[in-house]
Design a protein around this ligand. Sequence first.
Ligand code: SF4
Ligand code: SF4
Ligand code: SF4
Length: 407
Amino acid sequence: MSFFDRFKKKGKEAAPKAAAAKPAKKESKPPAQGAACYTKSPESIAAAQLKMADLGDLLPGAPPNGKINLAIYWAAACGGCDVSILDINERILTVGDIANVVMWPIAADGKEHDIAEMEDGSITVSIISGAVRNTENEHMVKLLRKKSLIVVSYGACACFGGSPALANLVPGGKDEILEYAYNKVPTTANFQADYHKGEPVLPQVEYKAPEGVLTLPMLFDTVKTLDQVIDVDYYVPGCPPLQESISHLLKAVADFAYKGIALPPKGTNIGVVAKTLCEQCPRRKENRRITRIVEPHEIDVDPELCLMDQGMLCLGPATVGGCNAKCTRVGQPCRGCYGPTAAVQEHGASAMTAIASLFPVLDDDATMGEDKIIDIMSTVKDPLGYFYAFTMGKSLIKKSVVEKGGK
Ligand code: SF4
Ligand code: SF4
Ligand code: SF4
């Protein structure tokens, strides 16, 4: 039985209790290795904040060497990343001064063949959001890579797979997903029964109509991050990236276009700081032991105390700073959309380690046995989905399998 299955099976027996986490009876201990505790001062919190980039006045007309060409494309995305670009506020009105927008499916017309006819390297910057999960996504990102000098991986889905990459955990891959979506969900099952009379129709990649052959993109079994498919120059994480991050991306592009200032080194994560999210978070950390796990709606959230101290699963210790702790400031635990810190490879496992270090299972505080820990963790209904909500595409866990005899 796998680690996660143990949580799931226990979860059926152990109902979560709605109660506030209480302070540990014993005095707080120094942080165990990997634990999320250290001293924070108002000064250190202020120093860890990512400031908005100074963009000066509105961008000053066309760049001296003429407008740059800009493409904005969404692969397997929800559109939130496109909308986030509007967070540059009034500067959105000046984007037409700096750039010819050669493609932006959510906002402007622009066809694949228009891009295909451009010279290689003639697009200055392509900003691509979304994961790569079908043949059309793959074709378009490869085409944009060929035509672009700079490719920016924009948002958690492009950088880490995001929520689309949770599909990698469906053991039967795309066939199981299509079967479920088009044949098992009550609305589609009823539709199939009513209109296809026991011969269900699933999406096909090719259909011969009297007028000609129609095609649809084919889903892949494995959802990929952008840099697993093409070479990427810069990353802007976040779901979606926040205003501070976008201002730094815009400044880098504007400095390059107007002043010829060199771009950041290839591979730079734009809009993040070399700190953990905890260091940007103003909440007071007391390193209380976790004896139960709660969600924000189950308790009166203390406005100043660390959410983990209150029993919530917060991914702040394993997540890189950049968003200035937007969620935790309003009482919501961090779900890790900015991705892991540079020191962390496996985001979800690292967050779990930090949380586990707060269980009272140290040698001198052995008040909790393994069964009790499993009982507590059982209250997390979807552990993989929780701890890898944004980063499954980069996880060492590539697939889930059904054990022999399992369902
Ligand atoms: S990163 Fe978030 S906002 Fe952007 S496409 Fe993915 S789900 Fe949407
Ligand atoms: S609330 Fe989350 S981000 Fe803030 S200090 Fe606690 S663990 Fe870190
Ligand atoms: S607090 Fe966490 S989930 Fe919220 S925006 Fe920041 S990194 Fe993303």
